[in-house]
Each structure stands twice: as C-alpha cells, then as structure tokens.
Design a protein around this ligand. Structure first.
Ligand code: 6PG
Length: 247
C-alpha cells in the first residue's frame, strides 16, 4: 500500500511546468511583466524588499520595457542577472548593458542593480569577490526569469561547458561559477542551479516555434548534458515553473 510519502513523490514526479501560450510577443511581454510586478509588489509588501534575477540575450527586451513601466516601489528591488558574458558594459554583448538600457529605465531606474562584471581579464581572477557578492543576496529570490537557447542551454549551462557539472550540481554551495563552452563566445559567469531554482516565481521565457520544439524535446527523457535546461526542468519543486511562449 502506498503511504503518504509515496503519494507525495508521485505527485512531484507527475507535475509538469505550466505552459502559458500567447498570440503575440507583445501580449506575452505584457502578461509576464504584470505577473512579475505583482510578485515583486507582494514581496515588498510582506518583507520590505524584493529580488529579481533576469536573463540576458535578446528575448527579454520587450518584457523588460513593459516591466520597467510598472509603478512598483523599485527602490526596494534588487535586480541581478542569472549569467553574464565576460565583457565590459561598453560591449554590445554585455547583458548588464542590455538590462540597464531596457529594464533600469523610467520608474525602474531606482532599482538597485547587482551586476557580475568586474574589470579583470577573466572571471576566475575575481572569483572570491563574486562569490561574496552573490552569497550576500537574500534567498530565496522572489522572481527568476530564464531564457533558453536552441541548443538547450539556459543561463550559461551550455552543452559541453567546462564547468557544467559544478554549475548544475544541486548540492553545490557555490553561488556562481565561471564557465566556458564551445559556441558561447567569451568566458562567462553563471549563477549555479541551487540559486536559480531557489525562487518564489520561476519563469522560462521562450519565443518562436523552434524554441517550443526544443523545450518539448527537453521535457522528454534524455541526458542533461545534451540539453542542460533539463537540470532546471528536473530540479525538485520545479512544478512551480511557468513557461511563457509566443510564436
Ligand atoms: O547571456 C545569455 O546569452 C543568456 O542569459 C542566455 O541564457 C539566454 O537567455 C539564451 O541564450 C537565449 O538568448 P536569446 O534570448 O538571445 O535567444
């Protein structure tokens, strides 16, 4: 006979992320921004402060612009990135520069921003400083919004990345890890899996038919190394993951 413990495990195993489909990218951006703003406002009302971790790349720009317009108490919000390319903010490739340009504007300009990049040749050179910077962040985060590449990476969890095993170790106590991968361009730094999934609202924001097919493939059985987004999809408590998609 199955005891209560067994039932709970079965319930967790059968949970799937919720897939929210929108007709347009604009509709998605508005809905995701409204949802994220509501969670942040709730956190501020309850705890006085809120933490938002966002992704770089190109997909989030529209969502950032809608979120930046929302009238929450941005001065009580800490914004950080889930990963960064090791380039200064003068680079077109800088995720921090993209966040400053598209999110930290208007009402959101008063948010506190915690970037990764420090002026040093490689992330390893400033590993301890970065470690302390991210260990100090209050956990769990309130909101984490991930993106995904068509190779099945999320954050900087790339297939064949040198430090992938360390980055997706569910038991690691390291908050961040430098990481390099073929096809990822410059060296990167990423939050590790425990920080990424330790959040009150976890969203995966993907657009286009190709990424939907990649997401559906990642939901199938198969090795995590081949599609590292699976590390997030298979993490405990991932039943709270909300996937936001538009064509
Ligand atoms: O620095 C980055 O590149 C990321 O944070 C990364 O994980 C991103 O979310 C995906 O690569 C999707 O990127 P696009 O939105 O550009 O497709």
């Amino acid at each position: 006979m199955a005891g209560p413990g067994t039932n709970r495990i079965e319930a967790v195993l059968t949970q799937s992320p919720t897939l929210h489909r929108y007709d347009s990218r604009e509709d998605l951006a508005e809905a995701l921004a409204a949802g994220v703003a509501a969670v942040l406002a709730g956190a501020i009302a309850t705890r006085g402060v809120a933490t938002l971790a966002v992704s770089g790349g190109s997909t989030p720009k529209r969502f950032f612009e809608r979120l930046a317009e929302t009238e929450i108490d941005w001065a009580s919000v800490t914004v950080t990135l889930v990963d960064e390319r090791w380039v200064p903010e003068t680079s077109e490739r800088s995720n921090a520069a993209m966040v400053r340009r598209h999110l930290l504007t208007g009402p959101a300009a008063s948010a506190h921003f915690l970037p990764f990049y420090i002026d040093a040749p490689a992330p390893e050179d400033v590993a301890e400083e970065l470690r302390l910077r991210f260990l100090r962040l209050a956990r769990p985060f309130d909101v984490t919004v991930l993106g995904m590449g068509t190779d099945g990476h999320t954050a900087s969890f790339f297939p064949q990345a040198d430090n992938l095993a360390a980055a997706i170790d569910p038991d690691t106590r390291e908050p961040v890890t430098p990481i390099r991968a073929p096809g990822a361009g410059e060296p990167r730094i990423t939050l590790t899996l425990p920080l990424i999934v330790d959040t009150r609202f976890l969203a995966l924001h993907i657009e286009g038919e190709e990424k939907l097919a990649v997401y559906e493939a990642a939901m199938q059985p198969g090795p995590v190394d081949a599609m590292p987004v699976r590390a997030v999809l298979r993490a405990p408590r991932v039943e709270k993951l909300a996937v936001f998609w538009a064509p």
